[in-house]
Design a protein. Structure first.
Length: 348
């Protein structure tokens, strides 16, 4: 009786995969030393595909359903083995099952800032993260290029590769979207669509289809965020240098007042830090006058100081500040040249 049980185990008449977990993409049916009976039943459930491989050569693919294995249902394998149309003996072949269920909420993100071209800033280093979904569509391609002969290939095995593909294509996606960085946060859906369009062909090369792509957050490194905040602040008060100096002054007054209350003696130094290049009292007085009468020449607060009160060291300090603003992209070359000529004229 034990001998008969052993003999029976050598022949397989039902091949199926119950898919016990939700993390497996590809699974090889355990043949051991067994052979498949001619006329055996292959059961492929919904969200599954089955692939026959003979001596390393990919053969027939089966979709959902119950299939009787004959030369009619195994045409490629029949050709590979040179069977005649009436074969009825057991045969040896590897059978792989693939899960085609959607893999949702897969995470992606930029571990380090990446550099992209931007219409406003020229180049920007940004961070971003979101999620995406995909499913397997081509078992032949996936088996050949990805999973191979492994007994088990899971979602986690593919995660790093897909993250890498997304990161490689972010810069191109931003460029193709035509969205400037300052508008990305308000157009995350458009950015996600552009990124998905860029990624989908890459996934199809692996036998996968993209089911969705989201961008949940876009941000700058801290040091660039400070520059952006400064530019936004300048935009709120106007684009000329005088108004920007007023904005800087207003931002710094609380800190200077706190320093004075604590006995600090660096008021004059703080005034220079504002980039005004003039005495603190003169800046504050002019700022108050400008605030009461905005139309009375906004730039006069800093750069239009009467010639008899302008000193060479003040002009140099102001030029240094203007050069810094130009380096940060806040001033254009033409604006800087004009202000420089204006200041140098006061020394003549």
């Amino acid at each position: 009786m034990a001998l008969m049980d052993f003999i029976k185990k050598q022949f397989i008449d039902v091949i199926q995969w119950t898919e016990d977990d939700d993390q497996t993409l590809a699974w090889r049916y355990p043949m051991r030393d067994q052979e498949i009976q001619s006329g055996a039943q292959l059961v492929v459930r919904e969200t599954q595909l089955a692939l026959f491989v003979n001596e390393g050569q990919v053969a027939d693919v089966f979709g959902p359903g119950t299939h009787t294995l004959t030369t009619r249902t195994l045409p490629v394998l029949t050709n590979l083995k040179n069977w005649d149309k009436l074969f009825d003996s057991p045969f040896k072949s590897d059978v792989y099952f693939f899960s085609t269920r959607m893999r949702m909420d897969q995470k992606w993100g930029t571990p380090q800032p990446i550099t992209i071209r931007d219409a406003d800033f020229g180049a920007v280093r940004l961070r971003a993260f979101g999620n995406y979904g995909y499913h397997l569509t081509d078992p032949k391609l996936f088996h050949t290029l990805v999973s191979g002969t492994r007994e088990h290939y899971g979602v986690a095995d593919l995660d790093g590769q897909l993250r890498g593909l997304i990161l490689q294509n972010i810069s191109q996606a931003v460029a193709s979207s035509g969205i400037a960085f300052l508008d990305l946060a308000a157009n995350q859906q458009s950015f996600a669509q552009a990124l998905g369009t860029q990624i989908a062909p890459e996934l199809s090369k692996l036998g996968l289809a993209l089911d969705g792509m989201t961008v949940q957050n876009i941000s700058l490194p801290e040091e660039l965020q400070k520059v952006l905040d400064q530019k936004i602040g300048m935009g709120m008060v106007g684009q000329n240098v005088g108004q920007f100096m007023q904005y800087q002054t207003a931002q710094a007054i609380p800190a200077m007042a706190a320093g004075a209350a604590n006995g600090g003696g660096g008021v004059a130094g703080d005034a220079m830090g504002l980039g005004a290049g003039v005495a603190l009292g003169q800046v504050l007085a002019q700022n108050l006058a400008q605030g009461l009468n905005p139309g009375a020449g906004a730039n006069a607060a800093v750069l239009a100081t009467p010639a008899d009160t302008v000193k060479p060291d003040e002009v140099l300090a102001t030029l240094e500040k203007l050069a810094d603003l130009k380096a940060k992209g806040i001033l254009t070359d033409d604006e800087f040249s004009a202000k420089k000529a204006e200041l140098l004229k006061k020394l003549s």
